[in-house]
Ligand binder design. Structure first.
Ligand code: GLY
Length: 315
């Protein structure tokens, strides 16, 4: 029987003890990942997932989340979901209650959430509204003041967004999407990903967190992997799937993550921002990689009293 283990990206430590409690009681990897991720999504200090997540360019919070099981590669996801604080649970409902589909977006995802009894909530907190106001509204006003030739619609958005992204200061402290991967005592694995996406994104933009193969992949024959950071790169690199393919070829989790990130790093990208990855194998080996020194992932096993942190390997 495998030893239960749960790992997660930066800031998942808020939820991992809840997930480990589920695993200790003999609960499933799916239950553990959902329970752990809900704690993260409900954390008002976290501006990258759930309630308090940073909004799109128009100031509306749109959330992406997915869950994938290793045994049958069942996948459920929602994207650009507005008004529901726990997209991970709506993704689970898609996985379990709508097996003819895998991914719902926007209005359809909200309709499905309502039909399945999920409650709506205000996701834009005072703090996240203030960040949006300072970083987007004020910055856009100053860009538009300089650029009197700006045209309407998409072109205007692109010009101001490009200038905004160039001006944004690097994030302080741990940031980004949350990944959580669990192995339960029955040997099942589950990968969960949740995010408010690229801060101040174009409305309707969907990132890698909702997309199998890009931000999430799980196959019990080799392992599970997930990504945080610039989703457009992991979509183009098929990064989570690449990592699991490398695990299947015999690489260890840290090397597999580093090789997949190195491949994504070869892609041309004007908006280049860091991509990070994590992986766990069905026999409980784990590892991660990042583009910058000092980044870590969190880990709990049956022996843990609290989350422990492990360094990610660096590209
Ligand atoms: N990795 C999260 C996103 O790009 O939305």
């Amino acid at each position: 029987m495998p030893e239960a283990v749960i790992i997660g990206s930066e800031r998942s430590e808020v939820g991992l003890p809840t997930g480990m409690d589920v695993l200790r009681r003999g609960g499933s990897a799916l239950d553990a990942v959902e329970a752990a991720m809900r704690r993260c999504e409900d954390n008002p200090a976290d501006h990258y997932v759930g309630t308090a997540g940073l909004p799109n360019a128009q100031g509306v919070v749109e959330l992406d989340a997915s869950l994938m099981l290793g045994s049958g590669r069942q996948f459920g996801a929602v994207a650009a979901l507005r008004g529901y604080p726990n997209p991970i649970s709506v993704a689970r409902a898609v996985l379990e209650k709508l097996p003819q589909h895998s991914l719902l977006v926007g209005e359809g995802a909200a309709l499905f959430a309502a039909e399945n009894g999920f409650s709506t909530a205000e996701l834009l907190t005072d703090a996240s509204r203030e960040l949006w106001r300072k970083q987007v509204v004020q910055s856009r006003e100053s860009v538009e003041g300089e650029n009197t030739a700006a045209t309407d619609g998409d072109t205007r958005y692109r010009e101001s967004a490009l200038a905004l992204i160039r001006r944004l200061a690097p994030h302080d402290g741990p940031w980004g999407t949350i990944n959580i991967i669990a192995l339960d005592s029955s040997g099942e694995m589950c990968v969960g990903v949740s995010t408010s996406g690229y801060p101040y994104k174009y409305p309707g933009r969907v990132g890698d967190s909702a997309l199998p193969g890009a931000g999430n992949w799980c196959d019990l024959r080799a392992g599970g992997a997930a990504c945080t950071g610039r989703g457009e790169l992991s979509m183009r690199g098929g990064t989570a799937r690449t990592i699991v393919d490398l695990l299947a070829a015999g690489q260890d989790p840290s090397d597999a993550c580093r090789a997949a990130l190195a491949d994504a790093a070869t892609l041309p990208d004007d908006f280049r921002a860091e991509l990070r990855a994590l992986a766990l194998t069905p026999d409980g080996r784990h590892g991660g990689a990042a583009g910058q020194r000092g980044s870590v992932y969190a880990l709990m096993t049956d022996a843990s009293t609290e989350p422990e942190f492990r360094p990610r390997s660096v590209l």
